[in-house]
Unconditional design. Structure first.
Length: 288
């Protein structure tokens, strides 16, 4: 297998986007918050929300001291609002278990609410500089094409970490750069639908390019359409409660005109089950 690290490092150092969480001294808490927000969410939507969040809650203890409703409210339009609750719980756990300091150990990170294999390693690598493989959707696509000659990666698997480990340099700093570079390359050049192969630093060694760009199929799970979905109904309920005085409104008035009454009821019930909404005395409100 060709050594992918040198071209990735050289390309990243010249072309990486200037993003807040990449700044020196950004801190482990900022990195952790950014990783929660970036899951399935565009960078352009995350940056202003991240700045608001860290201004209001510059430490895990600051967030832990706030009501969960404040976290859900400030999450606003980022989508998948359960992440706001999980981040609030993780902040409480960091305060109570780790003296308010985001842990460095991957296992300790994995034990926090809402943190999986990707986020735990991302914090350990990008905040603390440790050597671990960090694999997201973009990374998996780069590896699938450059190494395996496939047009799209398969479903996420444990083997992804081993595949990334194989291309990491032994030096911790260089390994962190390669992790970031693979993610960046997949985000801006080796994209899912319109890869810019002429701008790719791996073009000379890419197995997919060498094979003539074969269509090897796409086994990834497709995201359900948002319009008309339960997710849209859930979002509408939360939007009403965010805007309501004291984040509370009469249950019968919340999206009362929703075209599908059964979907409305299902959305409210699922929000209550998830802890994103509470029902008290005929009213709905954000968690307190």
């Amino acid at each position: 297998m060709p050594d992918l690290a040198p071209p990735l490092i050289a390309w990243y150092r010249e072309h990486a986007r200037d993003l807040p969480w990449r700044a020196a001294g950004f801190g482990a808490w900022g990195v952790l918050v950014s990783e929660f927000m970036l899951q399935q969410t565009q960078v352009s939507r995350v940056i202003p929300r991240l700045e608001e969040w860290l201004t209001r809650w510059p430490t895990p203890a600051d967030l832990a001291a706030a009501p969960p409703a404040d976290a859900v409210n400030l999450w606003a339009n980022l989508g998948y609002p359960r992440r706001a609750l999980w981040l609030h719980r993780a902040a409480t756990e960091i305060r109570d278990r780790h003296d308010g300091v985001v842990p460095r150990d991957v296992d300790a990170l994995l034990a926090l609410t809402g943190i999986g294999a990707y986020t735990a390693r991302a914090v350990a690598v990008f905040a603390y500089g440790d050597r671990h493989p960090v694999v997201d959707t973009n990374t998996r696509r780069v590896l699938a094409r450059a190494v395996d000659g496939r047009s799209q990666p398969g479903p996420p698997a444990a083997a992804d970490l081993a595949a990334m480990t194989r291309i990491l340099p032994t030096d911790d700093t260089d390994a962190a750069v390669v992790n970031a570079a693979a993610m960046e390359l997949g985000a801006v050049v080796c994209t899912a639908r319109s890869p810019r192969c002429e701008a790719c630093p791996l073009a000379a060694v890419c197995a997919w390019r060498a094979a003539g760009y074969p269509d090897t199929g796409d086994a990834r799970r497709k995201q359900a359409r948002y319009e008309g979905s339960d997710r849209q109904a859930r979002g509408a309920v939360l939007k009403v409660l965010r805007a309501a005085p004291d984040h509370s409104a009469a249950a019968e008035e919340v999206i009362a005109e929703w075209p599908d009454p059964l979907q409305r009821a299902r959305a409210i019930d699922s929000l209550i089950t998830d802890g994103l909404v509470e029902a008290t005395g005929g009213a709905l409100h954000l968690p307190r």
